[in-house]
Design a protein around this ligand. Sequence first.
Ligand code: UDP
Length: 345
Amino acid sequence: MLVTGGAGFIGSHACVELLDHGYEVIVVDDYANSTPHVFARVERIAGRFVGAVYELDLRDRRALSAVFDRHSVDAVMHFAALKSVSGSLEAPVEYYDTNVGGTTALLRTMHEHGVHRLVFSSSGAVYGDAGPGLLDESAPVRPANPYAASKWLCEQILADVCRRRPEYTVLCMRYFNPAGAHPSGLLGEDPHGVPGNLVPYVAQVAVGRRERLHIFGGDYPTPDGTAIRDYIHVMDTVEAHRVALDHLSDGPGMRVFNIGLGQGSSVLDVVAVFSETCGVQVPYDIVPRRPGDVAHVVADASAVTLAWGWRPARNLADICRDAWRFQQLNPRGYAGAGRGPDSKR
Ligand code: UDP
């Protein structure tokens, strides 16, 4: 199994899940928002080694092709992408180039090597501002920022490929807001610089690494005025990906699934549940809305349960508890965590 972006937040948890279930795992990552230190942790949790790790940008097709030459890859989990909404507004071309260009380079390389099975990391962000209902997979797609648009472009490319080439099977996982951490506290979300995502920011405020949370917008048309999202535990997210692998042989074509909890939580809900579950205060200020954000994005995630019998097992309190454990055990994230004491190599 080739995992792109395997050093990142979701990718690293996916590596653990795959190793735990007997898969051989090969990783490519350019460490744009991650670190190779994570693999010692992955291997420690799984009690197995990652088969090989390559530092490369997917758009470097020669380097990527060499990986496919060296290993017998039967399927790909494609996580590698830039994922910040505000980053995408600042650098749209970089986002399209990395996310779309990375995906087309991967597809060309897969094609050259006769690999036709892909699990693609898409996003609930493709739905945009859809109002207060639950979004099922047939809801209209209205990406509200270049990040979301880049994911939607990738989906359309993948759908086209599947329409024209019957040998391809693609499972497109539109996940909503993955957060939390591995229950060991060894693996979690450790973005470079200031976290753009809510839960790691909250955890860094709680541990004293940042002073106050800025809540982006208190004037949304929601019950408490703050924006509502569907937070799903990262372990549930990667379990869904592993279950997806069992269904790559169900038949050719592309299928799209929402991966969410199906429950909306406002920013203030997240702060309250975090404070209550972890017994720690999270001081905050309400500031103007963040450009590119929308009021309400919550999944109807019943299709995946109907199709595969899989459903998430963890709630927002579990997300907060696990994120907090990771933050407490790693107040500075993975920084300085050498391969030394963590490593089994
Ligand atoms: N958010 C916030 N303060 C932060 C980070 C995020 O108020 O420091 C809000 C953001 O405006 C959104 C929600 O938290 O309403 C989730 O944001 P995140 O970036 O985690 O995910 P997104 O849904 O934007 O992909």
